[in-house]
Design a binder for this molecule. Sequence first.
Ligand code: ADP
Ligand code: MG
Ligand code: MG
Length: 909
Amino acid sequence: MTTRQWVYRFDELDSAERYVGGSWEDVRALFGGKGANLAEMVRIGVPVPPGFIVTTEACNVYLEAGGIFPEGMWDQVLQALHTIEADTGKTFGDPRQPLLVSCRSGAKFSMPGMMDTVLNIGLNDLTAQAMVNLTGDERFVFDAYRRLIQMFGSVVMGVADEVFEHVLTAARQKAGVTVESDLQAADWKEVTDRFKNVFRNHTQIDFPQDPLEQLRMATEAVFKSWNGKRAVDYRNAANIPHDLGTAVNIVTMVFGNMGNDCATGVAMTRNGSTGEPGLEGDFLINAQGEDVVAGIRMTEDITTMAASFPEAYEELCSIANKLELHYRDMQDMEFTIEKGKLWMLQTRDGKRTARAAVRIAVDMTREGLISMDQAVLRISPEQIDFFLHPQFDPAAIADARSHGRMVARGLNVSPGAAGGLVVFEADLAETWTKRDGKKVILVRPETKPDDVHGLLAAQGVLTSRGGRTSHAALVARQFGKPAVVGVAALEIDLSKREMRCGETLIREGDVISIDGNTGEVFLGELPTMLPDIKDPWLIDLLSWADEYRTLGVWANADYPEDARRARSYGAQGIGLCRSEHMFFETDRLPLFQKMIMARLPVDQREALDALLPFQRDDFAGLFREMDGMPVIIRLIDPPLHEFLPDLVELMGQLSDLKLRIRDAGTLPDIDALLEEIRIKERLREQAEKLKEQNPMLGMRGVRLGIHIPDLTKMQVRAIFEAACLVTREGVTVLPKIMIPLVGHANELKVQREALEAEAQAVMAEQNLKIDYKFGTMIELPRAALTADQIAEYAEFFSYGTNDLTQTTYGISRDDAESGFLIEYVGKGILPENPFATLDEDGVVQLMKIGVDKGRSVRPDLECGICGEHGGDPRSIALCHSLGLTYVSCSPFRVPIARLAAAHAALRKK
Ligand code: ADP
Ligand code: MG
Ligand code: MG
C-alpha cells in the first residue's frame, strides 16, 4: 500500500491539482491560501525561495489521532528538505553551509487567530558560528539567532512576549541606545544567551539545538494552533468551518537584513484606499520581514525603491503586473531583497475600501483583466451603501472602543455615522438646529409621526425601543439618517431630560455619536468622512449593473425631494407614496383632526374640501419630479387615532387646564380656557371612541375608505386634479391608485367603484384623459390566497411585506423586534429576522401563490414589492426568482437595489 502524499514541494502544484481534481478552491483547501499562492507563483515563474507544503489533510489526521503525525509524513518532510538542500546547495544543520527555513501557518481562509510564523529555523550554536564565518557579519547572525529563540519561545512554547521584551529593554539601556537596530554584535550575542536562559526558565527545557527537532516542534505547534482558543473563536465569529485544518509552509530563508544591499517590504498592486493604479506600500532597507509591520522603524514609501533598488523595483513592478494578470485581482505582496536579488514571499487578494473596490473593478474591466459581469459581481451591495452615508474614521472607532467610550449597542437600522448633542424632544431638535446651528441627535424611547420634523433636523436618531420596522427606523431609512433603535440598555428619563446607560449618565446637551452601520453608541464626537455618490467609477459600475438586471427598481417616496433624490439615484418610478404622511404636516393636522371630529357630514365635507388643495399640490409636485415615470399613490392607510393626540397626554392637559381656571383672573381668560377645555374634551371623547385593542388589525386601510368614502374620494380627486394640472404643463403623468389592506375581493370592488366614478368625474370636468390604473396592496394572507378573485378588480399588485410578514407570522412588528424576536434569532429558532429578510418558506410562498393566481387572470399583471424588504439584497434575489416586475425601496437604497438585482440576474444564469 502506498501512503498518501502529505507533503508537496512548491513546484508540485500540478500533482496536487490532479489529486484534488483540478479546482483552485480545492487546491487552496489542501495547501492553504498562502501555500497555494506560493506554489502558483512558482508555476508562473515568479522568484520564490524553494520550499514545500505540509497539507491541511496531514493537519486533520494529526489532530484526529490526538497528536501523531500521519504515517509517512515526516519521511516526506525530510525528503522535501533534501530536495531544497540540493536546490540551494545548503544543508539543514550543516556547520559549513547551513540551510535556514521559516515555518509558516496557512489555512484556506486567512485567520488572524492562528499561529504566527517562526523564522530562522536551523540556527543553533554550531550553525550560527558557520553563518558568522560565511557572512563575516556577527551582528546579523546573532540578531537572527535571538529572533529564532524569541519566536520559537513565544509561538511554539507559549512563553509570554514580555519576558523577552524585558531582556531587550535591559540590553538597550545597558548599551545606551533607544532603538534595537543600534545594538551591536556583542549586544546580540549577550541577548541570545539571556534568551536561552529565559527559554529554559519558562519551559523547563533547553532551547532545542537539533534543527530537525526545531522543525518538528514548530510543525506540531502550527497543527495544534488550529484548535487554539483564539482560532476557534475567530472561526465561530467569521463562520469558517472547523474541519478545514491548516497547512504548514516550510520556506528557505532569505535575508533582507544582511546589509544595505538588502531590504524587505510589503506592497499592494494598487492603492487600497482609493483604488488608484500603481504600487502602494512600505519597505525597509537592511531589515527582516517582521520589522515592516511591527512598526519599530520608520518605513519608506515603496516608490523610493525606484532610486535605491532600481533593478529590483522594476522587477517588482513587472511581477505585480504579472500577478494581477494571473489572478485578475489586486494583490497584496510580501517581498525581500537579499544582496540585490528579489524574492517574493507571499501574495494574496488585497484588502481594500469600498471606494477602492469599485474603482479597481471598473478599471480592471477597462484594462481587459475582467469582464463587465465579473466587475458587477465583485462589488457587494453593502459596499455601495458606503458611498451614501458619512462614515466614522475606523481609527477613531477603534480608539473610542479601547477607551471605553462605546456605551451601548442596539439595532443598526439605518446606516451612516452621526454625532451631535443629545436632544430628547423633536421641537427642541429643530430649534437647536435651525436657530442655533447646532448638530443634534434626537433621542426618544420611540418616535411617532409628529416627531418627524425633529428627526429631519437631527443628524441621527437613537431610540431605546422599537425594531427594524419601527417608525424611527422607517423614517430614518427613508431620509438617509443614521439610526440606532431598540437599545434596551438605555434608560431614558424624559422628565429629567437625561438617560442612563449602565453607569454612564448622559444629559440633554451632552455629545454622543451613533454608528448606524454597527448599532454602536459612543460618548463624545467621532470624526467622520463623507464618501461621494457621484464617484465616476460607481456611476459606471451601476450603469453596467442596469444592463444585467431584469427587475425594475422603484422608490418609496412621499415628498418631491425624495422623488428627486430617488430619480437621481436611478429609480424608475415611485412604488409607494404614503398619501397620509401629508396629513401630519403641522398646517394640515388641525384640518385633518377636524375631519375626524366632525359630527355632521357638512362639517366633514368642509374639512375635506380644505385639505384637497394641499393634497393636490403635493401630488402635483411628485408628478412633476417623476415626469414620464409611474407614481403609485397609496390611499390613506393608518387608523385614525394615530392622527389624534395620545389619550394619556390629553388627560394630563385637561387637568392642567382645569387647574388654570382656578387661577384665572378675568372672565375672558376663563372663557378662553373653557373653550379650550371643550375642544380637548371633544378630542378625548373621539380618541376614546377610536381606541382599538388591536389597531393594526382594526379600522385602517380599505376599511377606512369604505367607512368614510368621502375621505378617499377626496384623495382620488386630488390625484386626478393634480394629474390634469401637470399634464397641461406638459408633464407626462402615470398615476396609479393603490388601495391598501384588502382581504376580500368585494372590499376592492366596492371601493374601486366609488373611486373610479370620482376619477371619471374629475376627468370629465377637466376634459382630459389621464392614463391611470387602479390596483391593490397584497399584504394579508387572504389576499394572496384569493389573488385570482382580487385580480378581477386590480390592475396591479404591490406586496406590502411588512404587514404580510406581520400577519403571516402573527407577530407584531412594532413590539417583537425589540423583544422575543431577538431571542428567537439568538437561539436559532428563527434563522433570521423575517422583517429584515423575506421569509422564504412562508411569506415568499404566499407571494408566489399571489403572483401565480393573479397572473392566471391577468397575464401581464404588474407585481411589485414596497415593504422594507425591497431594499434588502437577499430579499431582492427572492423577488427576482418570483418574477416580480420591480422592487420599491427607500431612495437611499436604490443604488444598492440596482446592484442586488443585477447580482440576482447574473447568478440565475
Ligand atoms: P503572516 O501570515 O503573519 O504574514 P508570514 O508567514 O507571511 O506571516 O511571515 C511573517 C513575516 O516573515 C513576513 O514579513 C514574511 O515575509 C517573513 N518571512 C516568512 N518566511 C520568510 C522567509 N523564508 N524568508 C524571509 N522572510 C520570511
Ligand atoms: Mg504574510
Ligand atoms: Mg401595510
